[in-house]
Design a protein around this ligand. Structure first.
Ligand code: HMG
Length: 377
């Protein structure tokens, strides 16, 4: 019996219209720019405007992949985020309305730091395997915020990715084998009373690498592909040098037969977009996939791609998928590159202004008529 292939039929991402060049931040903070460019591997970070949030980022990412035919097929919206705008109502409900999706559609929000989009993808594949006529819309959308003047400040960013999950997909057939690793650790977290994350930065990088080798071992124990059969690698990218550190660690741990330079070349194209967007938390791994598919000059048809998903706290997953022949025709390469190139650079003062006042409570306190209008709520 032929097994049904299920996976990513379309992938589209979006980031804010503004960015801060890390050269501006380096100058302001008295840091050698080499630390940002080479040490963490970042050039720019996306900064949302006052009228942008995870809903607008998500709707912009998903709008490209939802046409009338898909509107009729999308049975479920799975919205992954750790920048939720409400403790109760799922952000996906606003996106469902903005995209004019049908009423007989289930919508739910998922949270586990940067890992949750991978959980959403696996759940979506299971739903489609049960009923191959349906499509599931998976969205990950986040704004990464750390305190000003901290070592984590240059690793901010924002972005959303939308994945359409279908039977017989045009881009990636997701394999059923996975490797997991979970442990209760305080490497990065954001309690309800905070707008910015708390992070033990160096510890978080160690936990990421520990989770990688454990998830890889579990993936192998569960019948996953051998390292030689994986031709490209996508890692969660809080900053691109973390992807390189992960790749180095996997090389040492899995001991592939290829030389290190060849192994390194299997990573590089997945880093291009994150380098100029910054951390987009739950969306970062899949923006890395878009970066790989849209920038790798080789035809990746029938190649197997490895994915490592890490969410602080922590939950990690190693999995793989096979690229579908003709995938190039389903990509939004030109649209993504136009969007990235059209963004506007911020001055340091503009960045500070956007950073300081993203909060509706600020307007509530400072604008009398708004305060009055809100009082009944
Ligand atoms: P830091 O204090 O800037 O670290 O914090 P550093 O001083 O060690 O410098 C970083 C690197 O730059 C070092 O290289 C330096 O040698 C190098 P390494 O030792 O790492 O190879 N360097 C230079 N290179 C070239 N020219 C120079 C120069 N100077 C120094 N002149 C840290 C870095 C990443 C810890 C900080 O930015 C941070 O806390 N970031 C936030 C946490 C984070 O991203 N953690 C990643 C793993 S956890 C994760 O991925 C989950 C997450 O996405 C959240 C979620 O799951 O929701 C964060």
């Amino acid at each position: 019996m032929k097994t049904l292939s299920v996976g990513i039929d379309q992938i589209s991402f979006y980031t804010a219209n503004f960015y801060l060049d890390l050269g501006v931040l380096a100058q302001r903070n008295g840091i050698d720019i080499g630390k940002y460019h080479r040490g963490i591997g970042q050039e720019k970070m996306g900064i949302p405007a006052h009228d942008e949030d995870v809903v607008t980022l998500a709707a912009n990412a998903a709008a490209r992949i939802v046409d009338d035919a898909e509107r009729a097929r999308i049975s479920t919206v799975l919205f992954a985020t750790e920048t939720g705008i409400d403790q109760s109502k799922a952000a996906g409900i606003y996106v469902h309305k903005l995209l004019n999706l049908k009423a007989d559609c289930r919508i739910v929000e998922l949270k586990q730091a940067c890992y949750s989009c991978t959980a959403a993808l696996q759940m979506a594949c299971a739903l489609v395997a049960r009923d191959p006529a349906q499509s599931v819309l998976v969205i990950a959308s986040d704004v990464a915020r750390y305190d000003l003047g901290t070592p984590a400040e240059p690793t901010q960013g924002c972005g959303a990715v939308a994945l359409l999950i279908k039977a017989n997909p045009r881009i990636l057939n997701v394999h059923p084998q996975v490797g997991n690793y979970s442990e209760d650790v305080m490497d990065f977290w954001r309690p309800n009373y905070r707008k910015t994350a708390l992070v033990d930065g160096k510890f978080s990088t160690k936990m990421y690498l520990k989770a990688l080798t454990n998830a890889w071992d579990n993936y192998q124990a569960n019948g996953g592909m051998g390292i030689e059969n994986l031709s490209r690698f996508c890692y969660h990218l809080p900053f691109t040098q973390m992807g390189q550190k992960a790749h180095n660690s996997l090389y040492r741990h899995s001991k592939p037969a290829v030389d290190k330079a060849t192994f390194d070349s299997q990573l590089q194209d997945s880093l291009i977009y994150s380098r100029v967007i910054g951390n987009s938390y739950s969306a970062a791994l899949f923006i890395g996939l878009a970066s790989l598919l849209e920038n790798d000059s080789a035809d990746l048809s029938d190649e197997s791609i490895a994915f490592f998903s890490y969410g602080s706290g922590c939950v990690a997953e190693f999995f793989a998928g096979t690229i579908v022949k003709g995938y190039q025709n389903a990509l939004f390469t030109a649209e993504h590159q136009v969007m990235l190139n059209a963004r506007q650079a911020l001055s340091y003062d503009d960045y500070l202004n956007l950073w300081n006042y993203p909060d509706p409570l600020f307007y509530r306190a400072s604008i009398p008529s708004f305060t009055a209008a809100m009082r009944w709520r």
